[in-house]
Design a protein around this ligand. Structure first.
Ligand code: DON
Length: 565
């Protein structure tokens, strides 16, 4: 596919030829290995996964071990108190699968639960503290994957996380920084403060011990899923809920189940895209946008040229406008999936878009401006030598979730309830608008943007990717796919080049720092308002080519790392 693979280098003897491993044009290079690859947002978790592969585990075993390790070493996003989605390809059955272990609204949740008496939305209540918590799905999700595809004992997958929590690890400068930045908000939560702010400011080179979390993980290791959704851990969750007027009951925990869902499939050029279906909006909009974009000659426009960025921006506006109306939990709302991902519908949108011309968002549908907060989620990709591949994104929603740590357990709880629509026309923390479809209802899953995705060529998986970033996830994944599949970039280049983002409302095109200033001016001259933005995403991707595994951890989050085996 890429020039570097097509171009065969003749070495010494005329009969010995080999394809070059790295592109000679790239200034950043991926990790390369022969037997498998793990890419995650923390180097310790990536090593845990690589070790599991080396010990004979498959990509599923490694993924589960990485998920639990991240709950310890990346507590801002890695979790057992949150939820997410995993998309995977299983070599044995030659099939793709996806599991939805998204959090659910508790039975006592109600549509107006975040409204003040005067009808305005109490954003703080939706985003922080006990009422912002959805019923967590991560432990059940990992358990289901283990039961269906795992090859090593469950206990072995928990051991590395238990060790990291019990013996501690040295906090990275990035983690120290993240904690210090959030002190004002998170020090209000006494259980959180006890673990993470033994001192303030948190100093570099300190070892973080999480002894209560280690005990909780030991219970989960011993009792499996029953160790979280029942027994003493569940009792502690419920006691905190009762003491602090939270809504989650023992029944909510006992009844929580993840859902195996048919993954969403699309085609782009000679590739097949396998991604997450609702309740994530990510998959639908990736396919929808690729369907529109395949009608343009993107190579001719040139990567990150003004015309290219302005075109992407137009396509993004249409996708996010649809997101606000048609996307929600499919168990509660009939999502018109097939219509949204049809080539016919893409044609209709394609006809409305002109190169170098900007349609104001207000002409697509009305909306209003809102500010952003940068928050957290995390993605990891894993591939093994057996042919299995995993793409997993999971989250607490905001960095460190709700701030609530369940007493004596070390479990940081999510604030996923903010992904619902608190009131029509009122955006959530990512500035996303929604309507009736995504209103709060008991047992419902809030709409997500998480986009774990796989790419296949000639029926074999060649790419796994995904990212944190809330609303920005979908456009980050889109651009990574275009960089790889249209512009033939090396995976490292495809990850680091500046990205753009438009989400229909506000009508602003965000250009990541490093985007060519002259091109930015040109886009402005088309009539598109632009803003320069810092990094809000972190792609953790891998690629398989010529029996080699390439991995690259996004430098936007400096602890990201690929670990090969
Ligand atoms: O599911 C979602 O779309 C959000 N809860 C994800 C949050 C997120 O990515 C925050 N990360 N930076």
């Amino acid at each position: 596919m890429r020039a570097k693979y097509i171009c065969l280098t003749i070495l010494f003897l005329p009969f010995v030829i080999h394809a070059s491993i790295f592109s000679s044009d790239s200034i950043v290079h991926p990790e390369v290995d022969q037997n498998g690859m793990v890419v995650s947002q923390h180097y310790l978790a990536s090593s845990v996964g690589a070790q599991i592969l080396e010990d004979g585990g498959n990509a599923y075993d490694a993924s589960i071990a990485v998920a639990f390790a991240l709950a310890v070493v990346l507590p801002r996003a890695g979790n057992i108190g949150g939820g997410g989605f995993m998309v995977m390809y299983d070599e044995k059955t030659n099939k793709s699968y996806s599991i939805d272990y998204r959090e659910k609204a508790p039975a006592l949740a109600s549509k107006d639960m975040y409204l003040n008496d005067d009808g305005s939305v109490n954003n703080k209540r939706a985003r922080e503290g006990i009422l912002s918590i959805g019923v967590p799905g991560t432990v059940y999700g990992m358990w289901e994957v283990h039961k269906k595809f795992g090859s090593l004992p469950w206990k072995k997958l928990l051991d590395p996380a238990i060790k990291l929590a019990e013996e501690g690890f040295i906090m990275s400068p990035f983690m120290v920084d993240a904690l210090n930045k959030r002190y004002k908000k998170l020090s209000n939560y006494k259980n959180f403060k006890k673990i993470f702010y033994k001192e303030y400011p948190v100093q570099m080179n300190k070892r973080l011990l999480q002894l209560e979390l280690a005990e909780t993980l030991k219970i989960i290791s011993k009792k499996g899923v029953k160790g979280f959704y029942g027994g003493e851990v569940a009792d502690k969750i419920v006691t905190d809920m009762e003491n602090r007027e939270g809504l989650i009951s023992l029944q909510d925990l006992k009844e929580y189940r993840p859902v195996w869902r048919e993954p969403l499939k699309g085609n782009f050029k000679e590739y097949e895209i396998i991604t997450m279906a609702p309740p994530s909006s990510g998959g639908i909009h990736i396919i929808q946008m690729l369907n529109i974009l395949e009608n343009f000659n993107l190579e001719e426009l040139g990567h990150n040229s003004a015309a290219y960025a302005a075109l992407l921006s137009e396509v993004m506006k249409f996708a996010y406008a649809d997101r606000s109306k048609y996307l929600a939990d499919p168990d509660f709302f009939e999502v018109p999936t097939s219509r949204l991902v049809s080539k016919q519908y893409a044609q209709a949108i394609f006809k409305k878009i002109k190169i170098n011309k900007v349609t104001p968002s207000s002409e697509i549908l009305p909306g209003k401006l809102i500010p952003y907060e940068s928050e957290d989620t995390t993605h990891f990709s894993v591939a093994d030598s057996f042919g299995n591949i995993v793409s997993n994104t999971y989250t607490l929603n905001s960095g460190y979730g709700s701030g609530v740590v369940i007493t004596d357990t070390g479990i940081i709880m999510n604030n996923e309830m903010d992904d619902f629509v608190s009131a029509p026309g009122v955006p959530n923390q990512f500035g996303l608008l929604g309507g009736e479809a995504n209103k709060i209802e008991p047992f419902k899953r809030p709409l997500s943007s998480m986009t774990p995705t796989l790419v296949f060529k000639d029926s074999s998986p060649i790419i796994a990717t995904g990212s944190p970033g809330g609303s920005v996830i979908i456009t980050a994944v889109l651009q990574f796919l275009l960089n790889m599949l249209v512009f033939d970039m090396e995976i490292s280049d495809a990850t680091v080049v500046p990205r753009i983002h438009h989400q229909w409302v506000p009508d602003i095109l965000f250009l990541e720092k490093g985007f060519d200033i002259n091109h930015a001016r040109e886009i402005e001259s088309f009539g598109q308002k632009i803003i320069s933005s810092g990094p809000r995403t972190s792609l953790e991707s891998l690629e398989i080519q010529n029996d080699l595994f390439y991995g690259f951890g996004d430098t936007r989050r400096p602890d990201s790392r690929a670990a090969g085996y």
